[in-house]
Design a protein around this ligand. Structure first.
Ligand code: NAP
Length: 254
């Protein structure tokens, strides 16, 4: 799909991977709706790229529908939707203080999995109602964000891995179902990327993780994630897959 002139929605656009994606797709000529939990953050990204910034909790369907409606009113139906909104929960199943960790599990599922599904559902309904935009009959593409933790989750990542595993697992059935509308669905599973989410990692844990990245042995930068998003949008044969973007990393046990 050609990005120039297309309407795009990016969630989590106020920070990190989402902000870099919004910037890159805007530079390629897209009109971008930036959604984030924080209106200030969403608007800060939008201001740099002549987009619109909107606040919505991705797990709140009413708020997501309202945000999509606003984007549609301003720029038209979103044909490219990238879900970057997410939280990085870390909690052992059995915390050392003897408490239960069910609430943090539920929160990870709510934001990372239900939130991604909610955005995909609302985006797909609008795309399916729109006219095809190329000779293949494409109506749109949805790109979700998993994590390498969906396959090699570390100790403390049971909830995060489960949420990201759900995102990865729904890629193929979603792509199969939405194929008849000309809608592609892809997922990116990043390794460790330099963003606000990873900034809080203690130095020793960061060093341990980087030892598990064969080449290049460094953290990814958000622009490399955004570059992958653009490549997926532009390559029509990419559909129904999860792409690990990780320098061949396999995460250690902890
Ligand atoms: P980030 O810089 O923290 O950005 C995530 C953004 O999502 C933040 O602006 C955050 O807002 C927003 N957000 C959180 N909960 C939300 C909700 N319920 N509704 C709407 N927006 C919400 O993190 P990032 O590293 O760019 O992460 C982007 C995605 O990549 C996440 O799904 C993450 O799990 C995934 N990922 C990241 C890495 C990495 O190493 N960075 C690796 C693998 C996967 P607040 O700041 O206000 O919470």
């Amino acid at each position: 799909m050609i990005l120039d002139g297309q309407t795009v929605v990016v969630t989590g656009a106020g920070s990190g991977l989402g902000a870099a994606t919004a910037q890159r797709l805007a530079a390629a000529g897209a009109k971008v709706g930036c959604i984030d939990l924080s209106l200030d953050a969403a608007q800060a990204t939008a201001k740099e790229i002549d987009g619109i910034g909107l606040a919505a909790d991705v797990s709140d369907a009413v708020a997501v529908e309202a945000a999509f409606a606003q984007v549609e009113k301003t720029f038209g139906i979103a044909r490219v939707v990238v879900s970057c909104a997410g939280i990085g929960t870390a909690a052992r199943i059995l915390p050392r203080d003897g408490s239960l960790s069910i609430d943090s599990f539920a929160q990870a599922i709510k934001v990372n999995l239900l939130g991604t599904y909610t955005v995909m559902n609302i985006a797909a309904r609008a795309m399916a109602s729109a006219e095809p935009i190329d000779a293949d009959g494409s109506r749109g593409i949805i790109i979700n964000t998993s994590s390498v933790a969906y396959e090699d989750g570390q100790i403390g990542q049971a909830a995060y891995s489960a949420s990201k595993g759900g995102v990865a697992s729904m890629t193929l059935p979603a792509a199969r179902e939405l194929a008849r509308f000309g809608i592609r669905v892809m997922t990116i599973a990043p390794g460790l990327f330099e963003t606000a989410m990873s900034a809080g990692l203690p130095d020793d844990i960061r060093a341990e993780i980087l030892k598990a990245v064969p080449f290049p042995s460094r953290m990814g930068n958000a622009e490399e994630y955004a570059q992958m998003v653009q490549s997926i949008v532009e390559n029509a044969m990419l559909n129904g897959s999860v792409i690990r973007l990780d320098g061949a990393a396999r995460m250690p046990i902890k």
